[in-house]
Design a protein around this ligand. Sequence first.
Ligand code: NOJ
Length: 486
Amino acid sequence: MTWASTWAAAGALALASGSAGAAEPDASRASGAAAGSAGRFPDGFVWGTATSSYQIEGAVSEDGRGPSIWDTFTKKRGTIEDGSNGDVACDHYHRYKQDVRLIAELGCKAYRFSVAWPRVFPTGDGTPNPKGLDFYHRLVDELLANGIEPYATLYHWDLPQALQDRLGGWRSADTAKAFANYAGHVAERLGDRLKTIFTINECGRFVPFGYGSGIDAPGLKLPQAEVNQARHHVALAHGLAVQAIRAKARADTRVGMAENITACVPAIDTPENIRAAEIATRELNAGFLNVILTGQYTEPFLSWAGTDAPKFTAEELAIISAPVDFVGLNIYAPQAYVVAADHPPGFQSLPFPTSFPHMSSPWLMLGPEIAYWVPRLAAKVWNLKDIYITENGTSSEDRISPDGRIHDLDRVMYLRNYLTQLQRAAAEGVPVKGYFLWSLMDNFEWVFGYKQRFGVYHVDFKTQARTAKLSASFYRDVIAKNALRA
Ligand code: NOJ
């Protein structure tokens, strides 16, 4: 399992034509002098953990929740490696108080969770189900009572099945409208206590995997033109939701998205390669982040897509690019090591050697430097003022030792190295405001079922016992010091 489709697109575009002028690297960020000193993060840096509804909640038929596309998908034979599903998952729906205590014990002051759309609107739109939103009222209250700020994502892939059946899911712009209606409803009802909202999580994953390769729900294998159109509808959904949230929420509500940005790194740190990595960051994220942040599909993107390019109107581009308050970036693995090219579009992505190191998930290549380069390049390319790392973490074998403990040294190594690079970015003035570790606890890892564990708390899925791993102690220590070193 890899991020193959994204990579294929990256490779194709890297070799495609288009022109881009050279520019100076950002001199204000050139000095690393402050970075090495104390390993400290800026005052007020937000430390959190992240989860999502289908991956942890369980209780899929309770209190009026409607079925989602993941309920349907997981019940089909051969879709999930261990044949499992999210029916029970971490049983968080019933154990949320205990789980909030786990967050508090880490010292986190923020928690990123997702709201399950089919709990709130069981058939996607129409009459809302008050009992569904009640759960999030209880969760938000519990978080606030424990001094933890709620950060809510509205779409983490659990589309109401009714919208898939009725409209073809994201193949239809009407799904975007239904999403905006749901977003406005949540913002209105929770807006007195919920101040930070992410619209969409990882369009760059669920569109190609759900509509292109069929690996994720709804399991479709559509031609590229339809995949591009679905992505456009998701971008439209984001823009319409931003508008709906602004219309319905309190004035101090902040809204943005959480995207698995294609992570580019200059292969060798020269001014020419850094400029090439900026171009690559824009072009390899042209289908979602760039159109949201600039209101344009770029020329190289459109010429690469050719007749498969999405159909759009100027009015839609204006909606899609409604101003956001921040950008959330999910970063795990490097995806493009870039060098300058004297042919358009001005960069070349180098092929990965098969010996490139990876974590226990084969797709999760180890590249701590993305935690420096990705926010730095994104801030430069899109002139961003507020960036959150909305996900970062790794799976690990997580064997329980005879002493009952989980010594996940590989996860600690991974986190230490990524956080070192993130601290370097912050110390150089890149506007990174917070970090959400994926994940609070082991959970349903989509096509891998429960085989890949990403939590800093181990979950025994037979007993639902939670046990802190070594990485939980590591993270607690970093948070307490707001620094990597004493
Ligand atoms: C990103 C997704 O948002 C999350 O749901 C998933 O579990 C992690 N990556 C790890 O693969």
